[in-house]
Design a protein. Structure first.
Length: 124
């Protein structure tokens, strides 16, 4: 039996008083949802300051993140982007032995990745 790859994430987690109202929900993959847990902030590795995590309901992805030229790593470009990359370990720097970057490499090879409208650096 396999779990659904997608889950519903509460932007303000229910454990912190968040509701099931659609405005408080976002679709998330299982791994991101687990890693976010009930955190709403992360530490910006550049400043060591606690910073709100990216909110896909209120913020634009392209204002906070950019892909490396090879499409394997997400780079946070703002305090929110950096703290989100770190809290969710979006590049598997601390979990899963880089599994996500290996997966992205396959997706790049078949043209599925990175998403067409996402910003991408010209050099790694
Ligand atoms: Zn995810």
């Amino acid at each position: 039996m396999s779990a659904s790859p997608l889950t519903i994430d509460h932007l303000l987690p229910q454990s912190l008083g968040g509701s099931d109202d659609p405005d408080n929900l976002a679709l998330a993959c299982h791994r991101c949802n687990e890693r976010r847990y009930n955190f709403t902030t992360g530490i910006d590795p550049e400043t060591q300051l606690e910073t709100p995590l990216f909110n896909p309901r209120q913020q634009q992805w392209a204002e906070h993140f950019i892909w490396t030229a090879d499409g394997l790593r997400i780079l946070g470009m703002t305090p929110t982007g950096r703290s989100t990359c770190s809290r969710l370990d979006l590049n598997d720097d601390f979990h899963d032995d880089g599994f996500i970057q290996e997966s992205r490499q396959y997706w790049v090879e078949v043209g599925w990745h990175p998403p067409r409208n996402d910003p991408r650096r010209s050099v790694n």
